[in-house]
Structure formats: structure tokens, C-alpha cells
Unconditional design. Structure first.
Length: 115
């Protein structure tokens, strides 16, 4: 059973930073593309960033230049460094394999940004 465990969220003021972590119990982690997603209050989950198995990254335009996705294959962990946080970044953040593992999502980690 694959497990995804996100952590690192919190409540911060606008302009501050957070670093999220996601540990994936995935045997194929090192050869899998991984992504971060955000579910804002009252909205559907949406794509934030992607890191390929080779380390290439892609960030949604809403976070480009402020967020950075990275990975550590030795730890089966994917990170999301979030700088210059804005109130609109508020939401629950999830990670998953890309393509997503159907029906498997972690509990997410809550990020709240106050203005």
C-alpha cells in the first residue's frame, strides 16, 4: 500500500517562507515524476509543481519564482520551498506521483497565510 505523508505546513504572515516535505512509500520513487498540489478553500485540488525523475522542474505560473520543488531520492522525499508567501497561497497541500496514483492521497498539510 502506497503512503504519502506531507508535513511542514503552518500559519505565517505574508512574505514569510515555509518548506513542505512529502515522504512517499513508493518502491519506484527514484524513477517516478512527483508533484505538489494545492486545494484552496472551496476549490478543487490544482497543480502547483512537478519534478521529474531526472530532476527537471516545472512550476505553475501562480508560484513561479517564489516556490521551488526538489527531491531527495535517498530519502524518498519531495520538497516544496515556498518563499514570499501570499494570502492566496492558503490551502491544503498534497503530493502525489505523476501520473497520480488513483485513489491514493495523503492527509495533506495546511498552509495559512495572513495578510
Amino acid at each position: 500500500q502506497v503512503q504519502l505523508v506531507e508535513s511542514g505546513g503552518g500559519s505565517v504572515q505574508a512574505g514569510e517562507s515555509l518548506r513542505l516535505s512529502c515522504v512517499a512509500s513508493l518502491d519506484t520513487f527514484s524513477v517516478s515524476d512527483m508533484g505538489w498540489y494545492r486545494q484552496a478553500p472551496g476549490k478543487q485540488r490544482s497543480f502547483i509543481a512537478r519534478v521529474t525523475s531526472g530532476g527537471s522542474t516545472l512550476h505553475d505560473s501562480s508560484v513561479k519564482g517564489r516556490f521551488t520543488i526538489s527531491r531527495d531520492n535517498a530519502k524518498n522525499t519531495v520538497y516544496l520551498q515556498m518563499n514570499s508567501l501570499k494570502p492566496e497561497d492558503t490551502g491544503v497541500y498534497f503530493c502525489n506521483k505523476i501520473p497520480n496514483i488513483v485513489g491514493v492521497w495523503g492527509q495533506g498539510t495546511q498552509v495559512t497565510v495572513y495578510s
